[in-house]
Design a protein around this ligand. Structure first.
Ligand SMILES: [Zn+2]
Length: 363
C-alpha cells in the first residue's frame, strides 16, 4: 500500500489544503479496479470510520497476495469543508465561499478521459478539489462515494443503467434499500462517475462490471465501532464479489453468518424504488417536531407521521402530518426544530409521489 498526499491550492496567499490517498496495486491487470472515498460532505463520518476498519483487511489481503485489481482510497475527501466552522458549528455540506453544495458542480464529462477535465487554475478551491477527486476516480470500474443522511436506513443511490446488475453489491454491503435515479443535471459525484459511460455501446460501457453509487450509511450520529466494522465487512464483501480482492472463505455462498452474510448475487432482500416515489413531506408549520415514525417503519396511507408543536400551550397549537401514500420511512431529521416548508422526512411510497422532484439523487 502506498500513501501519497494531494494538495489543493486555496483562494488566497498562504492557504492550501491536503488529504491523503492510499493505493493498493493489483496483481491482475484484467481484474476490476475500485475507488472509495468518504466525507465529501465533510462532517459525514460513518464512511470514514468504515474505511478505517477496512484498511487492515486490505493490508492483510495485500500481504497474502490477494489484491487482484487496483484500489484507490480517499478516507477524507474534503479538507476544505472539514475546516469550515461558523459560530462553533461545523459546516461541511456547502462551500462557504461559493455557497455550492460540495456534491454538486462536478463536471459531467462526455467520456471517461481526464484530458476532458476543465482547467480550474482560475476557479475556486472547491472546483479544484472536485476536479482532482474526479481525476483520481476516473478509470476505476467501481466507484463508491460514502455519505450519510440525517437519520436513516443504510441505502444506495444507483443509476438505472446499473440495476439490477448491482444487486450483488447491495446484498454484499447489507444495505436496507436502493433508490434508482435516471438523470443528473446538477453534477453529483456519482453522476459525474456514470455519465461518461451512458452514451457508449453496452459492450464498451460494461455496465455488468461497473459500479457507481452514493452510499448513505444511515444517519450523521451513526458513527459507531460496531457499525463501522460491519460496514467495512460489507465493503470488503463487495470487493470480493466483484473480483477486486480474492478471498476463498467468502467466495462460497453462505460461508458467512450474521446480518450482512453474503449468500449470492440474487440475495438482495431490501427494497428498491425509483426516486420519483419519494415523498419529501414538507412541514406545514414551523415549530418542534414530534415524530410518530422512525426510519424503517412501514406506514399505511393516512398514517400519522409527525406532530408539529407550533403554538405551545395554546388550543390548536399542534398540527399533525399524515402519509400521502403507503410506503416505508427512509430518513428523518436529526434535529427537531423546523421551519415551514422544510422537509420532515423521506417516505418511499409504493407509487409515484405527487410532488416527484427531478431525477437527480438527493444527497
Ligand atoms: Zn452527503
Amino acid at each position: 500500500m502506498q500513501k501519497s498526499i494531494e494538495r489543493i491550492a486555496g483562494d488566497s496567499e498562504g492557504v492550501s489544503y491536503e488529504f491523503p490517498v492510499f493505493r493498493f496495486g493489483g496483481t491482475d491487470k484484467a481484474a476490476p479496479s475500485a475507488y472509495l472515498q468518504a466525507a465529501l460532505h465533510a462532517g459525514e463520518l460513518p464512511g470514514v470510520v468504515a474505511i478505517d476498519a477496512l484498511m487492515p483487511m486490505l493490508e492483510k489481503a495485500e500481504a497474502e497476495g490477494r489484491i487482484k485489481g487496483n484500489i484507490t482510497i480517499v478516507p477524507q475527501a474534503n479538507p476544505i469543508g472539514r475546516a469550515q466552522y461558523h459560530f462553533g458549528e461545523h459546516q461541511g455540506r456547502f462551500h462557504l465561499g461559493t455557497r455550492t453544495n460540495f456534491n454538486r458542480g462536478f463536471p459531467l464529462l462526455a467520456a471517461a478521459d481526464v484530458e476532458l477535465l476543465p482547467d480550474t487554475t482560475l476557479g475556486t478551491a472547491d472546483q479544484r478539489l472536485k476536479s482532482r477527486l474526479l481525476q483520481l476516480s476516473i478509470g476505476h470500474d467501481i466507484v463508491l462515494d460514502l455519505h450519510c443522511d440525517d437519520e436513516g436506513l443504510a441505502y444506495l443511490y444507483v443509476h438505472t443503467s446499473l440495476w439490477p446488475a448491482m444487486a450483488d453489491c447491495a446484498a454484499a454491503m447489507g444495505v436496507d434499500a436502493v433508490i434508482l435515479w435516471d438523470e443528473d443535471t446538477d453534477g453529483t459525484f456519482e453522476g459525474a462517475s456514470i455519465t461518461p459511460y451512458l452514451n457508449l455501446p453496452a459492450e464498451v460501457a460494461r455496465f455488468d462490471r461497473r459500479v457507481a453509487t452514493t452510499v448513505e450509511y444511515r444517519g450523521i450520529l451513526d458513527v459507531d465501532g460496531a457499525l463501522a466494522g460491519a460496514d467495512a465487512e460489507g465493503l470488503y464483501r463487495l470487493l470480493v464479489a466483484r473480483g477486486v480482492v480474492l478471498d476463498q472463505a467468502l467466495s462460497t455462498p453462505g460461508s458467512l453468518t450474521g446480518p450482512n452474510s453474503f449468500t449470492g448475487p440474487s440475495s438482495f432482500t431490501g427494497f428498491v424504488a425509483p426516486l420519483e416515489n419519494i415523498d419529501m413531506m414538507p412541514a406545514p408549520r414551523a415549530g418542534a417536531v414530534l415524530y410518530d415514525v422512525k426510519p424503517g417503519d412501514r406506514v399505511a396511507k393516512g398514517a400519522l407521521l409527525a406532530t408539529i408543536v407550533h403554538a405551545p400551550g395554546e388550543a390548536g397549537g399542534r398540527t399533525q402530518v399524515f402519509a400521502r401514500q403507503a410506503g416505508i420511512i427512509l430518513t428523518r431529521r436529526s434535529r427537531r426544530i423546523i421551519r415551514a416548508g422544510e422537509d420532515l422526512l423521506k417516505l418511499v411510497g409504493d407509487s409515484k409521489s405527487a410532488d416527484a422532484r427531478s431525477g437527480t439523487l438527493e444527497d
